[in-house]
Design a binder for this molecule. Sequence first.
Ligand code: AHG
Ligand code: MN
Ligand code: MN
Length: 344
Amino acid sequence: MAQATISETHTRDLDRDCTTLSRHVLEQLQSFGPEAQDLSALMQRIGLAAKLIARRLSHAGLVDDALGFTGEINVQGEAVKRMDVYANQVFISVFRQSGLVCRLASEEMEKPYYIPENCPIGRYTLLYDPLDGSANVDVDLNVGSIFAVRRQEFYDESHEARDLLQPGDRQIAAGYVLYGASTLLVYSLGQGVHVFVLDPSLGEFVLAQSDVQIPESGQIYSVNEGNFWQWPEGYRQYIREMHRREGYSGRYSGALVADFHRILMQGGVFLYPETVKNPAGKLRLLYEAAPMAFLAEQAGGKASDGQQPILVRQPQALHDRCPLIIGSAADVDFVEACLAESVP
Ligand code: AHG
Ligand code: MN
Ligand code: MN
């Protein structure tokens, strides 16, 4: 009897440890067909990119040329950090010779990067923010990576990627990696949201939580209040209301991935409104807002630009920005109501 109990425990632990990313994708799709195999391999490669970035972050202070700025300005007009460049290159290197991804589009590259050897058979485009919250990196605070997978619709010689200019509801998969106290990978294939933890002793992402549901409402609001006087009045009304209510806390790390992860787990709302400095909003639609919106909706939450759901917003250009209100459904609704009320 005692022996049976021990073996049941072992079986349970082994089952958990063997639920790696690649196996989980096949389980989710309930298929061993070519599409499922490709998506499984693709997620496994994203896991490899995450491990490479996590490894460099873990000893960045000891490595020459890991921290600080490169002196360059990216297509967004933002100063580029050495870790931005490294993380961007990791995704390119990981997907070379993979036969999976024909094209990569990232915050750090003006135009999509084609991998010609993959293009005849690679069926997907990966859109990504290689290092999100990179201002945190020099002070050893949380950063992340964000990714979205879309179907490659055609080979566009001009590298303009016009077929990518479609709303977020065309995403096949989306997720993020949070480089925190542990390294987490959170993803969705449109069948719920699942959390994996990197087990350093195995070097594998192992399933920790499946079908995460965001609470219906929460008591956290996450916003850069330093911009208060730059926001439209409706956002100011919302924050004034939060200040009046008991039990509400402001929490803001400066990395969307970390701030959204807290909201996903504990409920509440993250906001990055339009400001005087960034009248269209700061966050990028295709590789920041849309993947996060996909996850929020899959977890039972909402994501809005103040007017419409993020997932139906039509991009005009690869690096488009948008306002973002994301989190628990009731809290997003309330922010939208404040905005609607303040319209003159
Ligand atoms: P990135 O480092 O990829 O440019 O993203 C930074 C983003 C996002 O992570 C965060 O929510 C926001 O910018 C922080 O901006 P502020 O410093 O203006 O608050
Ligand atoms: Mn970012
Ligand atoms: Mn970034």
